[in-house]
Write a protein that binds this ligand. Structure first.
Ligand SMILES: NC(=O)c1ccc[n+]([C@@H]2O[C@H](COP(=O)([O-])OP(=O)(O)OC[C@H]3O[C@@H](n4cnc5c(N)ncnc54)[C@H](OP(=O)(O)O)[C@@H]3O)[C@@H](O)[C@H]2O)c1
Length: 339
């Protein structure tokens, strides 16, 4: 009988600029066996995120970069196949930082709270780390008030699409920034935001000025660079800027565009704060419960963008940098189990 293999992506080289095909290699690793206290997890979804690209670089960041020759780290969701840990049973659905591979061995994983009656891909998107990033970033860091103008960049993406709808639920005028006609339509028609600036159409500052006649009170920043510079130029006194991500800089080599209008943080007595979703782990259940309620009431809409097959994981990541995805980018490695 042929031994079962576990296809795994290995980081072979630190990418310079855009991720290239040979920066990673898909290898047939031996099927792992769980030891005492360990779980064998069959991965269903790789939750692809821009930070995966950051983890490939040897730069100052919030956790150690992936080592060369090591499996590519990724947030995954899967089903426990075998458990050497009495706290888990075969069939449990878990998620956590595992790897871009078909099967993972871990000592700890978060049990996915499936009691809300939504499909598994909802737990990998709007009720997963991207929805939770939107929820805590908007409610805890940005704290919008009714009547304020809120701007969300990468508004058609996994985090931005949820963050912008949460600001609408707070009674704000919400302006999304997104690239291209298809995404602008999605932001206006599906997410029901008040305006959308297509930053690929030319002068983003002037388009944003027109969309925000009362100035900007809150910025939920996902992009950085030129887009954030335009926001900074338009902030009101007392503005809050929640720094969620700066995707425009993650692939950059050499010098990149830093906001030139940073002095406005002083002129407008603004508050600017970065945050990481991992710090909110103790409050995840609270966030999931609220997001599930909004989704079930039809007050928050979500989209998943799924590519199939472990062999397409690098393509999945590149889609984020090319702006190809609408909603949360997932790579499906195995079929969803029926819940
Ligand atoms: N702080 C945290 O804990 C945390 C957690 C999760 C994610 N994040 C951050 O949140 C942001 C969004 O992540 P996500 O997973 O939801 O990704 P996403 O928004 O679904 O995908 C990324 C989007 O960014 C836009 N983009 C890519 N390159 C760009 C560029 N050079 N200039 C302008 N826009 C660009 C593209 O949309 P367009 O087609 O509209 O350009 C793309 O679809 C990222 O910055 C990520 O690092 C932070």
């Amino acid at each position: 009988m042929q031994a079962l293999k576990n296809r795994t992506w290995i980081l072979r080289r630190r990418p310079e600029g855009d991720l290239r095909n040979d920066d990673l290699e898909l290898v047939d690793a031996p099927m792992p066996t769980p030891g005492e206290g360990e779980l064998l997890v069959r991965n269903i979804y790789l939750m692809i995120a821009p930070t995966n690209r950051v983890w490939m670089s040897d730069i100052d960041q919030y956790m150690a970069p992936v080592g060369l020759g090591e499996p590519m780290r990724g947030m995954t969701m899967g089903v426990v196949v075998e458990s050497g840990n009495p706290a888990f049973r075969a069939g449990d659905v878990v998620e956590g930082p595992m790897a871009w591979q078909e099967y993972s061995i871990v000592r700890h994983a978060r049990r996915v709270p499936l009691q809300h009656g939504l499909p598994l891909h909802a737990y990998a998107s709007v009720l997963g780390s991207s929805g939770l990033t939107a929820y805590f970033g908007m409610t805890d860091i940005a704290r919008p008030r009714a009547g304020e103008t809120v701007v969300v960049s990468a508004a058609a993406g996994g985090v931005g699409s949820i963050a912008s709808q949460i600001a609408k639920l707070h009674g704000c005028r919400v302006v999304g920034i997104a690239g291209g006609e298809r995404k602008s339509r999605y932001v206006l028609d599906e997410l029901r935001l008040d305006a959308c600036v297509d930053y690929k159409q030319g002068n983003v500052l002037e388009a944003l000025r027109a969309a925000c006649p009362q100035g900007i009170d809150v910025d939920f920043e996902n992009v950085g660079g030129e887009v954030m510079d335009a926001v900074l130029a338009l902030i009101n006194v007392g503005a809050r800027l929640a720094l969620c991500g700066m995707i425009s800089t993650y692939n950059a080599t050499g010098d990149w565009w830093s906001p030139r209008m940073f002095r406005n943080v002083i002129m407008k007595r603004a508050r600017i704060e970065g945050f990481l979703i991992a710090d909110y782990l103790p409050r995840f259940d609270e966030g999931v419960a609220q997001l599930a309620e909004w989704v079930k009431a039809g007050e928050i809409r979500y989209e998943v963008d799924i590519v199939d097959g472990i062999e397409r994981a690098p393509e999945g990541l590149n889609r984020l940098f090319a702006g190809a995805n609408v909603g949360k980018q997932l790579v499906r490695v195995a079929p969803e189990p029926s819940l």
